[in-house]
Design a protein around this ligand. Structure first.
Ligand code: AMP
Length: 273
Protein backbone atom coordinates (compact mmCIF):
# COMPACT_ATOMS: atom_id res chain seq x y z
CA UNK A 1 0.00 0.00 0.00
CA UNK A 2 1.32 3.43 -1.01
CA UNK A 3 0.96 6.36 1.40
CA UNK A 4 0.61 9.99 0.33
CA UNK A 5 0.37 13.23 2.25
CA UNK A 6 1.01 15.56 -0.69
CA UNK A 7 -2.09 16.09 -2.89
CA UNK A 8 -0.01 16.57 -6.03
CA UNK A 9 1.92 13.35 -5.43
CA UNK A 10 -1.37 11.48 -5.12
CA UNK A 11 -2.53 13.09 -8.35
CA UNK A 12 0.63 11.81 -10.10
CA UNK A 13 -0.05 8.31 -8.74
CA UNK A 14 -3.63 8.54 -10.01
CA UNK A 15 -2.38 9.48 -13.48
CA UNK A 16 -0.35 6.29 -13.52
CA UNK A 17 -3.49 4.18 -12.89
CA UNK A 18 -4.73 3.20 -16.32
CA UNK A 19 -7.93 1.49 -15.24
CA UNK A 20 -10.78 2.25 -12.83
CA UNK A 21 -10.10 3.91 -9.48
CA UNK A 22 -12.47 3.67 -6.51
CA UNK A 23 -12.27 6.29 -3.78
CA UNK A 24 -13.46 6.11 -0.16
CA UNK A 25 -13.18 9.38 1.80
CA UNK A 26 -13.18 8.99 5.60
CA UNK A 27 -12.25 10.79 8.79
CA UNK A 28 -10.50 7.68 10.13
CA UNK A 29 -11.11 5.66 13.33
CA UNK A 30 -12.18 3.04 10.83
CA UNK A 31 -14.86 0.49 11.66
CA UNK A 32 -16.89 -2.17 9.81
CA UNK A 33 -18.96 0.55 8.14
CA UNK A 34 -15.88 2.04 6.49
CA UNK A 35 -14.47 -1.42 5.75
CA UNK A 36 -17.64 -2.37 3.86
CA UNK A 37 -17.25 0.71 1.64
CA UNK A 38 -13.57 -0.08 1.07
CA UNK A 39 -14.26 -3.74 0.21
CA UNK A 40 -16.96 -2.77 -2.25
CA UNK A 41 -14.53 -0.38 -3.93
CA UNK A 42 -11.80 -3.03 -4.05
CA UNK A 43 -14.27 -5.43 -5.67
CA UNK A 44 -15.51 -2.94 -8.27
CA UNK A 45 -12.28 -1.15 -9.26
CA UNK A 46 -8.71 -1.92 -10.33
CA UNK A 47 -7.30 0.41 -7.66
CA UNK A 48 -8.75 1.78 -4.43
CA UNK A 49 -7.75 5.05 -2.80
CA UNK A 50 -8.82 5.81 0.79
CA UNK A 51 -8.42 9.20 2.44
CA UNK A 52 -8.22 9.82 6.16
CA UNK A 53 -8.67 13.49 6.99
CA UNK A 54 -10.48 15.01 9.95
CA UNK A 55 -11.78 18.00 8.02
CA UNK A 56 -11.89 21.10 10.25
CA UNK A 57 -14.27 23.09 8.03
CA UNK A 58 -17.19 20.72 8.60
CA UNK A 59 -17.05 21.01 12.39
CA UNK A 60 -18.95 23.83 14.08
CA UNK A 61 -17.64 25.92 16.94
CA UNK A 62 -17.95 23.84 20.12
CA UNK A 63 -18.15 20.47 18.31
CA UNK A 64 -15.69 17.61 18.82
CA UNK A 65 -12.95 18.52 16.31
CA UNK A 66 -10.17 18.29 18.92
CA UNK A 67 -11.54 15.13 20.55
CA UNK A 68 -12.54 13.32 17.35
CA UNK A 69 -11.15 9.76 17.69
CA UNK A 70 -7.83 9.28 15.89
CA UNK A 71 -6.42 5.73 15.52
CA UNK A 72 -3.95 6.02 12.71
CA UNK A 73 -1.90 2.86 13.44
CA UNK A 74 -4.99 0.63 13.51
CA UNK A 75 -6.38 2.42 10.43
CA UNK A 76 -3.20 1.68 8.46
CA UNK A 77 -3.49 -2.03 9.24
CA UNK A 78 -7.18 -2.11 8.37
CA UNK A 79 -6.53 -0.45 5.01
CA UNK A 80 -3.65 -2.78 4.24
CA UNK A 81 -5.72 -5.88 5.07
CA UNK A 82 -8.72 -4.62 3.10
CA UNK A 83 -6.62 -4.33 -0.06
CA UNK A 84 -6.30 -0.54 -0.31
CA UNK A 85 -3.75 0.53 -2.95
CA UNK A 86 -3.17 4.11 -1.85
CA UNK A 87 -3.86 5.89 1.41
CA UNK A 88 -4.10 9.67 1.45
CA UNK A 89 -3.26 11.36 4.76
CA UNK A 90 -3.02 15.08 4.08
CA UNK A 91 -2.30 17.81 6.62
CA UNK A 92 -4.71 20.72 7.04
CA UNK A 93 -2.14 23.07 5.48
CA UNK A 94 -1.83 20.84 2.41
CA UNK A 95 -5.60 20.97 1.91
CA UNK A 96 -6.41 24.60 2.68
CA UNK A 97 -5.14 28.08 1.85
CA UNK A 98 -5.82 30.94 4.28
CA UNK A 99 -8.18 32.81 1.96
CA UNK A 100 -10.31 30.61 -0.25
CA UNK A 101 -13.47 30.86 -2.33
CA UNK A 102 -16.46 29.48 -0.46
CA UNK A 103 -18.78 26.69 -1.32
CA UNK A 104 -22.31 27.02 0.02
CA UNK A 105 -24.74 24.13 0.15
CA UNK A 106 -28.04 24.58 -1.75
CA UNK A 107 -30.21 27.17 0.01
CA UNK A 108 -33.22 24.97 0.73
CA UNK A 109 -32.25 21.30 0.96
CA UNK A 110 -28.87 22.18 2.50
CA UNK A 111 -30.49 24.10 5.34
CA UNK A 112 -32.98 21.56 6.70
CA UNK A 113 -32.40 18.69 9.16
CA UNK A 114 -28.59 18.30 9.53
CA UNK A 115 -28.13 21.62 7.72
CA UNK A 116 -30.48 23.35 10.17
CA UNK A 117 -28.98 21.89 13.32
CA UNK A 118 -25.39 22.12 12.08
CA UNK A 119 -25.36 25.32 9.99
CA UNK A 120 -22.38 25.47 7.59
CA UNK A 121 -21.60 21.78 8.19
CA UNK A 122 -22.51 20.84 4.62
CA UNK A 123 -20.53 23.79 3.22
CA UNK A 124 -17.44 22.24 4.81
CA UNK A 125 -18.34 18.73 3.67
CA UNK A 126 -18.86 19.81 0.06
CA UNK A 127 -15.68 21.89 0.10
CA UNK A 128 -13.52 18.98 1.23
CA UNK A 129 -15.25 16.35 -0.92
CA UNK A 130 -14.83 18.53 -4.02
CA UNK A 131 -11.13 18.96 -3.24
CA UNK A 132 -10.70 15.23 -2.63
CA UNK A 133 -12.54 14.32 -5.83
CA UNK A 134 -10.41 16.78 -7.80
CA UNK A 135 -7.20 15.37 -6.35
CA UNK A 136 -8.17 11.72 -6.84
CA UNK A 137 -10.40 11.98 -9.96
CA UNK A 138 -11.86 8.56 -9.20
CA UNK A 139 -14.09 6.52 -11.47
CA UNK A 140 -16.38 5.82 -8.51
CA UNK A 141 -16.63 7.29 -5.01
CA UNK A 142 -18.29 5.41 -2.15
CA UNK A 143 -20.51 7.00 0.52
CA UNK A 144 -22.62 5.47 3.30
CA UNK A 145 -26.39 5.84 3.49
CA UNK A 146 -25.79 6.36 7.23
CA UNK A 147 -25.18 10.02 6.33
CA UNK A 148 -28.21 10.17 4.08
CA UNK A 149 -28.42 13.93 3.65
CA UNK A 150 -24.67 14.17 3.10
CA UNK A 151 -24.99 11.55 0.34
CA UNK A 152 -27.84 13.58 -1.19
CA UNK A 153 -25.79 16.83 -1.00
CA UNK A 154 -22.83 15.13 -2.70
CA UNK A 155 -25.01 13.58 -5.42
CA UNK A 156 -26.41 17.06 -6.05
CA UNK A 157 -22.96 18.65 -6.18
CA UNK A 158 -21.82 16.07 -8.73
CA UNK A 159 -24.89 16.82 -10.83
CA UNK A 160 -24.78 20.63 -10.49
CA UNK A 161 -21.03 20.93 -11.15
CA UNK A 162 -20.98 18.20 -13.84
CA UNK A 163 -18.31 16.24 -11.99
CA UNK A 164 -17.15 13.16 -13.84
CA UNK A 165 -17.58 10.56 -11.10
CA UNK A 166 -20.10 7.87 -10.20
CA UNK A 167 -21.34 8.18 -6.62
CA UNK A 168 -22.03 4.75 -5.10
CA UNK A 169 -24.38 4.70 -2.09
CA UNK A 170 -23.59 1.92 0.42
CA UNK A 171 -25.89 0.23 2.96
CA UNK A 172 -25.72 1.09 6.68
CA UNK A 173 -23.65 -1.36 8.73
CA UNK A 174 -24.94 -2.11 12.23
CA UNK A 175 -23.87 -3.96 15.37
CA UNK A 176 -25.81 -7.20 15.91
CA UNK A 177 -28.10 -5.38 18.37
CA UNK A 178 -28.97 -2.73 15.75
CA UNK A 179 -26.72 0.19 16.73
CA UNK A 180 -25.41 1.83 13.55
CA UNK A 181 -21.62 1.83 13.55
CA UNK A 182 -20.06 5.25 14.02
CA UNK A 183 -16.62 6.48 15.00
CA UNK A 184 -18.41 8.51 17.68
CA UNK A 185 -19.84 5.39 19.41
CA UNK A 186 -16.60 5.21 21.46
CA UNK A 187 -17.80 8.27 23.38
CA UNK A 188 -20.75 6.29 24.82
CA UNK A 189 -20.65 4.93 28.39
CA UNK A 190 -22.23 1.45 28.78
CA UNK A 191 -25.43 3.09 30.08
CA UNK A 192 -25.53 5.53 27.19
CA UNK A 193 -24.92 2.73 24.72
CA UNK A 194 -28.11 1.06 26.03
CA UNK A 195 -30.02 4.30 25.44
CA UNK A 196 -28.44 4.65 22.01
CA UNK A 197 -30.26 1.49 20.94
CA UNK A 198 -33.48 3.51 20.95
CA UNK A 199 -32.48 5.04 17.59
CA UNK A 200 -32.53 1.76 15.70
CA UNK A 201 -35.47 0.52 17.81
CA UNK A 202 -37.53 3.56 16.83
CA UNK A 203 -36.72 3.00 13.15
CA UNK A 204 -37.60 -0.68 13.45
CA UNK A 205 -40.91 0.22 15.07
CA UNK A 206 -41.61 2.68 12.26
CA UNK A 207 -41.05 -0.13 9.74
CA UNK A 208 -43.45 -2.33 11.66
CA UNK A 209 -46.14 0.37 11.59
CA UNK A 210 -45.69 0.77 7.85
CA UNK A 211 -45.92 -2.99 7.35
CA UNK A 212 -49.21 -2.82 9.28
CA UNK A 213 -50.34 -0.19 6.78
CA UNK A 214 -50.08 2.84 9.08
CA UNK A 215 -48.20 5.18 6.81
CA UNK A 216 -49.11 8.53 8.39
CA UNK A 217 -45.95 10.47 9.17
CA UNK A 218 -47.43 12.17 12.24
CA UNK A 219 -48.42 8.81 13.81
CA UNK A 220 -45.04 7.26 13.04
CA UNK A 221 -43.06 10.24 14.33
CA UNK A 222 -45.04 10.37 17.56
CA UNK A 223 -44.40 6.65 18.28
CA UNK A 224 -40.72 7.11 17.46
CA UNK A 225 -40.44 10.09 19.79
CA UNK A 226 -41.87 8.07 22.64
CA UNK A 227 -39.26 5.32 22.05
CA UNK A 228 -36.57 8.04 22.00
CA UNK A 229 -37.80 9.75 25.17
CA UNK A 230 -34.65 9.04 27.19
CA UNK A 231 -32.55 10.93 24.65
CA UNK A 232 -32.53 14.62 23.61
CA UNK A 233 -34.07 14.48 20.16
CA UNK A 234 -33.05 17.10 17.59
CA UNK A 235 -35.30 15.79 14.85
CA UNK A 236 -37.32 12.84 13.66
CA UNK A 237 -38.35 13.34 10.06
CA UNK A 238 -39.89 11.46 7.17
CA UNK A 239 -38.84 12.61 3.72
CA UNK A 240 -38.78 11.38 0.15
CA UNK A 241 -35.50 10.62 -1.65
CA UNK A 242 -35.25 14.32 -2.64
CA UNK A 243 -35.58 15.35 1.01
CA UNK A 244 -39.09 16.77 0.70
CA UNK A 245 -41.15 16.26 3.86
CA UNK A 246 -43.79 13.55 3.44
CA UNK A 247 -47.23 13.49 5.07
CA UNK A 248 -47.46 9.82 4.26
CA UNK A 249 -44.80 7.19 3.63
CA UNK A 250 -44.29 6.32 -0.05
CA UNK A 251 -42.94 2.79 -0.34
CA UNK A 252 -39.71 2.85 -2.35
CA UNK A 253 -39.28 6.62 -1.99
CA UNK A 254 -38.95 7.30 1.75
CA UNK A 255 -36.20 7.92 4.25
CA UNK A 256 -36.98 8.08 7.96
CA UNK A 257 -34.30 10.00 9.82
CA UNK A 258 -33.43 10.59 13.44
CA UNK A 259 -30.82 12.77 15.14
CA UNK A 260 -30.51 12.78 18.90
CA UNK A 261 -28.11 13.42 21.75
CA UNK A 262 -27.34 10.54 24.09
CA UNK A 263 -25.55 12.33 26.90
CA UNK A 264 -23.17 14.65 25.06
CA UNK A 265 -22.85 12.39 22.00
CA UNK A 266 -24.83 13.32 18.91
CA UNK A 267 -26.01 10.26 16.97
CA UNK A 268 -27.83 9.96 13.66
CA UNK A 269 -29.53 7.01 12.02
CA UNK A 270 -32.05 6.38 9.28
CA UNK A 271 -33.88 3.76 7.31
CA UNK A 272 -34.78 3.69 3.62
CA UNK A 273 -38.28 2.37 3.00
P1 AMP B 1 -16.78 9.28 8.36
O1 AMP B 1 -15.41 8.72 8.60
O2 AMP B 1 -17.68 9.20 9.55
O3 AMP B 1 -16.74 10.64 7.72
O4 AMP B 1 -17.45 8.32 7.29
C1 AMP B 1 -16.85 8.03 6.06
C2 AMP B 1 -17.84 7.31 5.19
O5 AMP B 1 -18.26 6.10 5.84
C3 AMP B 1 -19.13 8.13 4.93
O6 AMP B 1 -19.52 7.95 3.59
C4 AMP B 1 -20.11 7.51 5.88
O7 AMP B 1 -21.46 7.62 5.45
C5 AMP B 1 -19.67 6.05 5.87
N1 AMP B 1 -20.15 5.35 7.07
C6 AMP B 1 -19.94 5.71 8.36
N2 AMP B 1 -20.57 4.85 9.19
C7 AMP B 1 -21.20 3.94 8.41
C8 AMP B 1 -22.02 2.81 8.66
N3 AMP B 1 -22.34 2.42 9.89
N4 AMP B 1 -22.47 2.11 7.60
C9 AMP B 1 -22.17 2.48 6.32
N5 AMP B 1 -21.40 3.54 6.02
C10 AMP B 1 -20.92 4.27 7.04
Amino acid sequence: MRKFSDPLALREYRKSCQESVGFVPTMGALHEGHITLIKQSVKENSKTVVSIFVNPTQFLEGEDLEDYPRKIEADLKICELAGVDALFLPTIDAMYEKDELSIIAPKTKGFVLEGFHRPSHFDGVLQVVLKLLNITTPTRAYFGKKDAQQLFMIQNMVKHLFLNVEIVPCEIVRETDGLALSSRNVYLTPKEREKALSLSKSLKYATKMIMNNNKKSEDIKSEMLSILKETQVEYVEIVDHQFNRLKEVEIGNTIILVATFVGTTRLIDNIWI
